[in-house]
Design a protein around this ligand. Sequence first.
Ligand code: SF4
Length: 373
Amino acid sequence: MKHEVIEFLSNSDLDSLLEESNRIRDLHWGKVVTYSRKVFVPLTNMCRNTCSYCTFVKDPNSEEANILTKDQVIDIIKKGQNTGCKEVLFSLGEKPERRYPIAKRALKKIGFDTTVDYLKEVCKLTLQKSNLIPHVNAGTLSLEDIKKLKPVTASMGMMLETTSKRLTKKGQPHYACPDKMPIQRIRTLEKAGVMKVPFTTGLLIGIGETFSERIDALKTINRIHKKHGHIQEVIIQNFQRKPDILMKNSPEPSKEDMMRTIATARIILSPDISIQAPPNLSNSHSDLLNAGINDWGGISPVTIDFINPQHSWPHLEDLKKGTEAKGFKLKERLTIYPKYQKKLGFVSNKIENHICALADNDGLASDQYLEVI
Ligand code: SF4
C-alpha cells in the first residue's frame, strides 16, 4: 500500500474517510444490514493463554473453571431453537489440556484427549438434535483440527486481533500467550483458506497497538483473502475495561478512533468481506453505521455476551429502529453468508440440509424455516 494511502487513512479528516467507506459499503452491500440470531455456548472457560484483557478465562484450579457437559450444551441449544435462533456459536479457551494436567484429566474423564475432539462431538450432537448450525471459535487450529471440524460446522472464526509482535513482550497483553503469537494466528487463517472454510476474523482495538499496526493487520487479512477467498467477515471490536482484568485501568478507544478504524477496514479490505461491529459495545449504533459497517454480528435472546458480560445485547426492536432510522433494512442471516452457501467445496454434506432448511432464496434466514430433524 502506498505511503500516501496510509497517510490518508491515518491523518485525513474523519468525514472524508467516512464518505469513502460509505460509498464502498453502499455499492457492495446496498441498504441491507444483517445480524445472526444465535446462542452462545462457552464450552470451556479454561485456556492455556492469559491475555491481560480477558475476563472469560478461569484458573483451572478455581471452582469457576468448567467444561460444559453434553446435557448442558443440548439444553442451551434447545432454548435457542425454541426462541428462533439459527446459529450456535461455540466459544472456548484455547487448548487448556496442553498446559494444565487438571484440564487434561477433566477431558479424559468425559472421554476425550483434546478440546477439539470434544468440540467436534458437541457440533455433531447439535446437528443431530436441532436445526441450529454450528460456528466454532476455538482459536488457533492445525490443519488436522480444521479437517476434524469442517464436516460438522458451517463456518469458523478466530480474531487475528493484531499482528503486533511487540504486544507479546513482557508487560504487554499477549505476554506468555503462545496462541497470540501473530504468526500462529496468521497460519490458522491460511489453513482455513486452504481447507475452504468460510471464516470470521477481526481486530481487537485499544490493547496497545498503533494505528499503523492496525493497518498492517487489515492488510494481512486482505492478502490471505485474496489468495483463498474465504474471509466472510471482519469484526472491529473495541477493548472494554472490566474490574477483574489486568488492564482494568487502560483507556478504551474513543468513538472517533473506532469510527476511523472501521472506515479504514472498509477501505482496505476487499468489498465482498462483510464488516461488523458489536452493537452492545457502543453507545451509538448510528455512529457505527456512519463508519461503514454492514453487519451487527450475533445477537442472542438466550445467552449473554460471555466476553463482555457487563454489556447486554440490544433489544432487536431497538436495533431495527436504529438501523431503519439510517435508511437501512435489518435482515437476519445465517452463520454462513449467502455467497459461500453455493461456493464449491465450502459446505460439507452434513451441513447442507440445515442450510437449505433455514435459508430463504437469497441465502439469508428464512421466516418460514423447515424442521430438519
Ligand atoms: S482472550 Fe481468549 S485466548 Fe486470551 S485468555 Fe481469554 S479465552 Fe484465552
